[in-house]
Design a protein around this ligand. Structure first.
Ligand SMILES: [Fe+2]
Ligand SMILES: [Fe+2]
Length: 205
């Protein structure tokens, strides 16, 4: 089974657990009364299914699946919300990240270590997430405020991830420009249809 599928079934993006943390994090913007938001909370990461990595060229395209579905169901604004929930993907498109991105990062900070660590170990996601400078997460390592420490325990690493994500979310909750995230480094090609939709939404704002 591919790591992306494992992540959705019993990893960090577990389909019945992760959406609740995203919903809790949405408190940054008030209670999520709009039912379309709840659809986004549930499906925004399902594009990981079948992906051979989490942060590599394939994994980084995971927002596309939900974005297309949301666009078809609810229109461009909702396509945009899901497509740009990844700050790296947003950088690649030269578009501002969406509010879902901010809630998604705060959701990581809200997920307790006793839940997170066993899940990333079970799926082996931790091997990729902690590759640091040597691996596919090198773009994250280059993020402003993040220091890579090879020797620390998984628990201490996760606490630092939580702190980092919480700081990123509170700093960027007003949608200000993201200067922390470096330009994406993996060679992901964004489908032209998604580029165009994002451009159209961007110019409509
Ligand atoms: Fe995601
Ligand atoms: Fe997510």
């Amino acid at each position: 089974m591919k790591i992306g599928t494992k992540s959705i079934l019993f990893g960090t993006h577990q389909f019945a657990i992760h959406p609740w943390f995203v919903a809790a994090a949405w408190r940054l913007y008030g209670f999520p009364w709009d039912p379309r938001l709840w659809v986004a909370f549930v499906i925004h990461d399902l594009g990981y299914v079948g992906k051979p990595n989490m942060d590599g060229p394939e994994g980084e395209t995971h927002p596309e699946w939900a974005a297309r579905l949301m666009g078809r169901l609810f229109g461009r604004e909702w396509h945009h919300l899901c497509l740009l929930h990844s700050r790296f993907y947003a950088k690649r498109l030269a578009q501002p990240f969406s509010r879902l991105c901010v809630a998604d990062k705060l959701a990581i900070a809200l997920t307790p270590s006793w839940l997170y660590i066993p899940m990333v170990r079970l799926t082996r996601e931790i091997d990729e997430y902690r590759q640091g400078l040597r691996g596919r997460t090198r773009a994250r390592v280059a993020s402003n405020g993040w220091a890579h420490v090879d020797e620390e325990s998984d628990w201490s690493w996760h606490r630092r991830v939580q702190d980092y994500c919480r700081c990123w979310a509170f700093e960027h909750r007003d949608g200000r420009e993201d200067t922390w995230t470096p330009p994406a480094m993996a060679a992901v090609s964004v489908p032209e249809s998604d580029r165009m939709q994002a451009r159209e939404v961007g110019s409509a704002q």
